[in-house]
Ligand binder design. Structure first.
Ligand code: NAD
Length: 358
């Protein structure tokens, strides 16, 4: 039996997570596995219910599980709370830290039938298949933050950016091992021409590269990388980068797949991994059944692969997604003329049906 903590969160989180559970239940029915789902509160929903975005009981549920399925958190309702109670800072970051999730994997693969859904030209994105590995528990997001008054009556805000050799080494090593299972190419992204942590990052990669002579190592400044991702994304196999650069680059990379609603993620490194879509709670479409559940469903596939080593089952979900898209079903974010428009629940039902009957 596999124990899964389910944290739907806020906004579209509560709409997309049930669709991923549906897919997992279909897998359980088809392959005879037993999944036990335990729901817990996180984000604004948790703040409203118990006064904190990451209740201790939620952390315990996660620690006692084999994997965590997360929706998304945050929204305008909670933006004016004191910073430590805001869903992102008060829940998402501590959850990652508490569970030791230093590696965030964001595979960015274009389903061929979505070529026309992307805003980029077909010849640029055909065949895109890259993996961004983002450091997740260090850097600017976790550094000390402060405010002080200035003599001119204004304020000064500070965020500390720091990385240690140890933090860089473990994520880069992980990226090299991932590259070995793929096309043996690793691009390390930094800003070593300006930032000291980036210089340490690059030196550390250069040292580790000696241990991986079978992997082709390259280096790129983050500003160039953001341009290269839309100029020639096929040049990339594995990209490894620090926390904030990875956050920004993966939103950009999501457009190579047609929509941010297509980009899954896995956060691993500790005892229990968190599987969640790369997008946020999308307050602009929440409650309207317009959200694309596929990123979350594909995150569930990553859970099967990385947490439970159920490769065939993971592939079954991915093939179901491929099939439904080839049959021209589209949520609004992917909609084009001549395709069949479906809502969040209908998309989840189609995936379930294809899992059971493929
Ligand atoms: P967002 O990712 O929520 O939305 C950006 C745009 O993408 C919106 O137009 C939205 O409608 C669209 N979109 C996102 N997911 C979609 C889906 N599955 N299907 C169709 N369209 C989709 O980013 P944002 O608007 O910057 O942030 C909204 C809230 O989410 C904020 O409170 C932010 O802090 C939070 N957030 C949470 C996470 C997380 O929980 N991991 C990540 C990013 C942002």
């Amino acid at each position: 039996m596999y124990k899964i903590a389910v944290l739907p969160g806020d906004g579209i989180g509560i709409e997309i997570v049930p669709e991923a559970i549906k897919a997992l239940q279909a897998i359980s029915e088809r392959f005879g596995h037993e999944f036990q789902f335990t729901e817990a509160l996180i984000g604004g929903a948790a703040y409203d219910a118990v006064g904190h975005p990451l209740p201790e009981s939620t952390l315990s549920t996660c620690r006692e599980s084999d994997a965590v399925l997360l929706g998304a958190i945050g929204g305008p309702k909670w933006e004016s709370l004191p910073v430590h109670l805001r869903p992102e800072v008060g829940a998402l970051l501590p959850l990652r830290k508490e569970l030791g999730l230093y590696a965030n994997l964001r595979p960015c693969m274009l389903f061929p039938s979505l070529i026309q859904a992307s805003t980029l030209k077909e010849e640029v994105i055909t065949g895109v298949d890259l993996m961004v590995i983002r450091e997740l528990t260090g850097g600017l997001y976790f550094g000390e933050k402060s405010r002080e008054a200035t003599a001119d009556g204004g304020q000064k805000a500070t965020d500390i950016l720091s990385y240690s050799t140890y933090e860089i080494e473990r994520i880069v090593r992980f990226a090299y091992e991932t590259a070995r299972k793929r096309r043996h190419k690793l691009c390390s992204v930094d800003k070593a021409n300006v930032i000291e942590t980036s210089r340490l990052w690059r030196e550390t990669v250069t040292e580790l590269a000696k241990e991986y002579p079978d992997v082709e190592t390259s280096y790129m400044y983050v500003d160039n990388c953001s341009m290269q991702l839309i100029r020639n994304p096929r040049q990339f196999d594995v990209i490894v980068t620090e926390n904030m650069f990875g956050d920004i680059l993966t939103d950009e990379a999501s457009m190579l797949t047609g929509s941010i609603g297509m980009l899954p993620s896995a956060s691993i490194g500790g005892q229990v991994g968190v599987y969640e879509p790369s997008h946020g709670s999308a307050p602009d479409i929440a409650g309207q059944s317009k959200a694309n559940p596929l990123a979350t469903i594909l995150s569930a596939a990553m859970m099967l692969r990385y947490a439970f080593s159920l490769e065939e089952e993971a592939r079954t979900i991915e093939l179901a997604v491929l099939k439904v898209l080839e049959e021209d079903y589209r949520t609004p974010d992917l909609m084009e003329t001549g395709k069949k428009l479906v809502n969040t629940v209908q998309m989840g039902d189609l995936i379930k049906e294809r899992i059971l009957n493929s």
